[in-house]
Ligand binder design. Structure first.
Ligand code: GAR
Length: 217
């Protein structure tokens, strides 16, 4: 069992995939709190529907970025959170939070890192013309989407893909790999060597997912 604290800014469909995995019994976790930086984040409705405590913290009410992240850290520590989940949290995480949860903050990014970090990963992939893109769950460090990669999933990109169609295809896989990464953490199977995340007793499907599966000839 692992205590989670989720940070979200918007729709919260990844938050929902984690709730669903817990409720269907495939993930042994307890979501202690949802923290949002937007008062109208759709994620709040999801928390309400599932009886999850939710808190809105207004960044404008703090003197500095550090002060805002100190407040977030205080809430998470008070709630006995063991792993912090960024689920569409559209801010660069401040040092106070990173220092309080070393290698205990996960983020999901809609591209195959280190390609296309930052905002609009799907749009950048379409504009660049890559043939494969996907999503990445990684531990958070002080850089922008630079922390150690935990799990990735790949999708094909076709000539007629738009940002929207690619985003949709990637999102379906985000909803699979995020609960999976948390499951690996909960099972105590993740360790970090250098910048590589090692997965203990790894089965082939656990390091990456390709959808649709590629047939090798
Ligand atoms: C997801 O696609 C997530 O990968 C992305 O925002 C979306 C949030 O959706 N995150 C980033 O781009 C972070 N740089 P959701 O609110 O429905 O989970």
């Amino acid at each position: 069992m692992v205590n989670l604290g989720v940070l979200a800014s918007g729709r919260g469909s990844n938050f929902q995939s984690i709730i669903d995995a817990i409720e269907e019994g495939s993930l042994r976790a307890d979501i202690k709190v949802l923290i949002t930086d937007k008062p109208d984040a759709l994620a709040i409705d999801r928390a309400k529907r599932h009886g999850i405590k939710h808190i809105y913290l207004n960044p404008k009410e703090y003197d500095s970025k550090d002060a805002f992240f100190e407040a977030i850290t205080e809430v998470l520590l008070n709630m006995q959170v063991e792993l912090v989940i960024l689920a569409g949290f559209m801010r660069i995480v401040g040092k106070p939070l990173i220092d309080a949860f070393p290698y205990k903050i996960m983020n999901i990014h809609p591209a195959l890192l280190p390609s296309f970090p930052g905002l609009h990963g799907q749009k950048k992939a379409v504009q660049y013309g890559v043939k494969i893109s996907g999503c990445t769950v990684h531990f958070v460090d002080e850089g922008i989407d630079t922390g150690p990669v935990i799990i990735q999933a790949a999708v094909p990109v076709s000539d007629d893909d738009t940002e929207e169609s690619l985003s949709e295809r990637i999102l379906r896989l985000e909803h699979k790999i995020y609960p999976e990464a948390i499951r690996l953490f909960e099972q105590g199977r993740l360790s970090i060597q250098g910048r590589t995340v090692k997965i203990k007793s790894q089965r082939a499907q656990e390091a990456f997912l390709i959808n649709p599966p590629i047939e090798l000839h």
